[in-house]
Write a protein that binds this ligand. Sequence first.
Ligand SMILES: [Zn+2]
Length: 117
Amino acid sequence: MGYDVAAIKAACQVVDMVQRNTTLHRVASTRGGEWAGPCPRCGGRDRFHATGTWWFCRKCHPKRGDVIEYMMWSERVSFVAACDRLAANAIVKAERAAPLARFPRDGAESGTSACFS
Ligand SMILES: [Zn+2]
């Protein structure tokens, strides 16, 4: 089974994932916003930057990565494991965001996420 990488990236904001590991503060509000704070791996004060779609650490990961790369880097897991965790997270978020979807509709309630459609 493959992963819909585009759907995972669309459903998972990089900054949301980063905020689980470190505390960032907003440094810009343009184009969806940009956040900065201590790097979850090497520390510092504001060397780690993230937006909804990319992140980097000035010291240990100067190249911009996407949300899947962040999961691989922060959790030290494989690409597949990173997609797995992000997909699970996307499903949780989708259920929270659409509580009305729990009402039966045409008996087609499957419990699966749009992520895998
Ligand atoms: Zn770092």
